[in-house]
Design a binder for this molecule. Sequence first.
Ligand SMILES: Nc1ncnc2c1ncn2[C@@H]1O[C@H](COP(=O)(O)OP(=O)(O)O)[C@@H](O)[C@H]1O
Ligand SMILES: [Mg+2]
Length: 441
Amino acid sequence: MAGRDAPPPVVGRALGALAGAVMVLDAELRIVATSPEAAALLGHSPALGRSAVAVLCGDTPDRPVAEALSAGRAVDAVIPHPAALAGRTLRVRARPLDAAGWVLLLEEGDADGDDAPVCFHGMWTRDPAMKAVFRVLSRVAVEDVSVLVRGETGAGKELAARALHDLSPRKDGPFRAINCAALPANLLESELFGHVRGAFTGAVKDSPGHFQLAHRGTLFLDEVAELPLELQAKLLRVVETRHVLPVGGREPVPVDVRIVSATHRALRAEVAAGRFRADLMFRLRVVPVFLPPLRERRDDIPLLVRTYVEDMNRKARRRIEHIAPATLALLSTYDYPGNVRELRNFLAYAYAVGTGPVLLPTDLPPELVEPIHSDRPELAEPARVAPSAAVVPAEPESPEARRIRDALSRTRNSKTRAAQLLGISRVTLWRRMVALGIATH
Ligand SMILES: Nc1ncnc2c1ncn2[C@@H]1O[C@H](COP(=O)(O)OP(=O)(O)O)[C@@H](O)[C@H]1O
Ligand SMILES: [Mg+2]
């Protein structure tokens, strides 16, 4: 795009006059034009034809712009200032110009306390606690310490483990994941540590386990709290000696593996209850990381909905151009026992079942529209469909009650508008309020 294709400087000036700090990129993300305002913000005037990703993101691990642009998504993100001025950030809004390229709007970001969205290795958030987790992950990734990620199902534990791997010096080595809850003890032992020929019926040849297969890489032990005690003892020995003993084998095999483990349980409580070895816990949770459930970071819900809609629009037959406010209200007040995975599944359902350019409440699965579900994720999966009418016991703290109260307070108690917001009729709203014991006057 350099050389004789370069636009005259007046184009950059005109863009600046219209929109301030702006960059125009071609479809390959190379810079086509930069307004003087954008150059001033960046501290230099980037050469035409240079990769905007390299100019803006350099080698920083937070690459929201890079990740979104290369995925062809519109993005609104705050990134560290590319000139690495301490504490300064740059807000970048990127809009696709169909397939022709991009326009980037740049702004000085707030120093901190910002609730702007970031994308960290596939994880989108605007939540300060999540951003703090990302900072911990990027710092500890380069150390060879064991990390224990705690979080509910679907909260992003495996993505966090992959981020640790991708940011570590082991990134070119293997990443292997094994779910410790999925197999009975004897199979799990040979999956983890391997076996030698003849170790048991059917063991016709030597077979390496996950530890050997993850050599020079990262092993992700998912649901590690479910590991039977006898295997906990064997795992501890591997961690201490850095050798594995395959089932039926005599010769310990050296392994160089970084362990990242995950659980939805409080491991300390498991130790207190005698179900988990304290010595192993201290080996595995050198750095504990907690991923908050989605219902505790509700501001992420609209962000994730938009991100998934943009993503699915490119892949699905349906194109959603607009999200009805009532739909967003429903999605924003649901409790998500299955966290981000459940949210994504709701949208996948809407793409499969619904039609038309507007995402309507009726495109969502029934449990969302009329939910009764427990606050305990293990009981709520799959969510049951509510029996209709007023057989639901009054329960002021239920998610449905909370949603209704929320809709009423947002509409300053207008039942007509609250019903619209919730996507139900005024009569239904009134009936649900009576059933749930919410004052109807
Ligand atoms: N913050 C996030 N932003 C975007 N997608 C996410 C986020 N967290 C989780 N996901 C998606 O949700 C699904 C579940 O994530 P995963 O890491 O497997 O959760 P867990 O291991 O805790 O069950 C995956 O499809 C993942 O890509
Ligand atoms: Mg998982």
